[in-house]
Design a protein around this ligand. Structure first.
Ligand SMILES: Cc1ncc(COP(=O)(O)O)c(C=O)c1O
Length: 385
């Protein structure tokens, strides 16, 4: 029995079958490279779904984790600890000002945003967009209008309404009963759709007019992924509440909600919380991540290499459309077959990427890659296409 077969047998017997795993077990990573148990090397253009944005084993992150883990792992939120307080300051200073509430994941950060918005406008409704994805817990799922994900878990949280991702639809959906509009400025799970600046502006204006909170979910598109620290910078539309997770600690679980000054003191002690949230190790890692992703040189490289990757993708056979910004890209394939292509890329070319639909490939490489790795990935993809 190979080590992969052993793991597959364990999974069959002991794990709830909630994931469709690809047949590989990674044991080690460095930069954009991964290795399996047989020593085979892979090129990672998936980063655990936009999580290991600084690549595997980034020295600054590893050092921060090692040092903090050796000093103190956990105290909980009934006490103070340095990394969480420092990280809150860094996150707020880099975005909305105001204050931060920590969570452990993207869905929990959104859950906090939705609860906070409803506390600010009791019994208020929430408007979300078609193609949006905000997570799997009940509040976030209720804002994720996808039949297949919602239907088995009905009834969902009341008071949620989804509209088409257009300026008119969003503008028309907000009134004085609306607590929040929740939007991914660049929609990730639906296959990388960059929303129009006009739509974001319409949402901002409608929220201002009716006193609703504009929530930007930057769980996937934030932290340098699109070439600016926060995706909203590109459109110049500033939200009231901003959520982050995924890449924030480069692989350790963490989520954060940044509240603009207007919303900074809506939660009071006892309103919301989570045992592990804001733990010192994850926060120490996140401080190291922020140092790296705030570097203008890195952000410029994300834009340059993103353009190189997009251009290369557009020139590949069967690619009929390329979407995205920075190093958050997707391409549409003539004739479909994206999930099978992902399997072949993994098996035949040792290239790791993912499919978000029957005809859609998504590429989320580390932000720290070089031009040679972009060209290498394109050559591997060309070989399977
Ligand atoms: C935009 C967005 N929001 C929220 C989530 C949920 O994050 P998590 O899986 O950490 O709960 C995701 C995950 O893919 C996401 O892409």
């Amino acid at each position: 029995m190979t080590s992969l077969e052993r793991l597959q047998a364990l999974e069959r017997e002991h794990l709830v079958p909630a994931y469709a795993r690809l047949p590989v077990a990674f044991v080690r990573g460095e930069g954009a490279r991964l290795w399996d148990a047989d020593g085979e090397e892979y090129l990672d253009f998936q980063t655990g779904l936009a999580v290991t944005s600084l690549g595997h084993g980034h020295p600054a992150v590893v050092t921060a984790i090692r040092e903090q883990a050796g000093r103190l792992l956990h105290v909980g939120n009934l006490f103070y600890s340095e990394p969480g307080m420092q990280l809150a300051r860094r996150l707020a200073d880099s975005s909305l000002g105001g204050k931060v509430h920590f969570a452990n994941s993207g869905t929990e950060a959104n859950e906090a945003a939705l609860k906070l918005a409803r506390k600010a406008r009791p019994k208020g409704t929430v408007v979300s967009l078609h193609r949006g994805f905000h997570g799997r817990t009940y509040g976030s799922l209720s804002a994720t209008p996808q039949e297949a994900k919602q239907a088995p878990f009905a009834p969902l949280v009341p008071g949620f309404r989804a509209v088409a991702p257009t300026a008119e639809a969003v503008g028309g959906a907000v009134d004085e009963r609306t607590a929040a509009v929740i939007i991914e400025p660049v929609q990730g799970e639906s296959g990388v759709h960059v929303l129009d600046d006009e739509l974001l502006r319409a949402a901002r204006e409608a929220c201002d007019r009716h006193g609703a909170a504009l929530i930007f979910d930057e769980v996937q598109c934030g932290l340098g992924r699109t070439g600016t620290l926060w995706a909203y910078e590109d459109a110049g539309v500033v939200p009231d509440l901003l959520t982050s997770a995924k890449a924030l600690a480069n692989g350790l679980p963490i989520g954060a909600l940044v509240c603009s000054p207007r919303y900074a003191d809506v939660f009071e002690p006892g309103d919301h919380g989570s045992t592990f949230a804001g733990g010192p190790v994850a926060c120490a890692a996140a401080l190291a991540v922020l140092d790296v992703v705030s570097d203008p040189g890195l952000l410029a490289s994300v834009r340059t290499l993103g353009a190189r990757l997009a251009e290369g993708l557009a020139a590949l056979p069967r690619v009929i459309e390329v979407r995205g910004r920075g190093l958050m890209l997707a391409c549409e394939l003539d004739g479909g077959g994206a999930p099978e292509l992902v399997r072949r890329a993994l098996r035949e070319q040792r290239l790791v990427l993912n499919a978000t639909g029957p005809a859609t490939l998504r590429l989320l490489p580390p932000l720290t890659i070089g031009a040679d790795e972009v060209d290498d990935a394109l050559a591997r993809l060309r070989a399977v296409l």
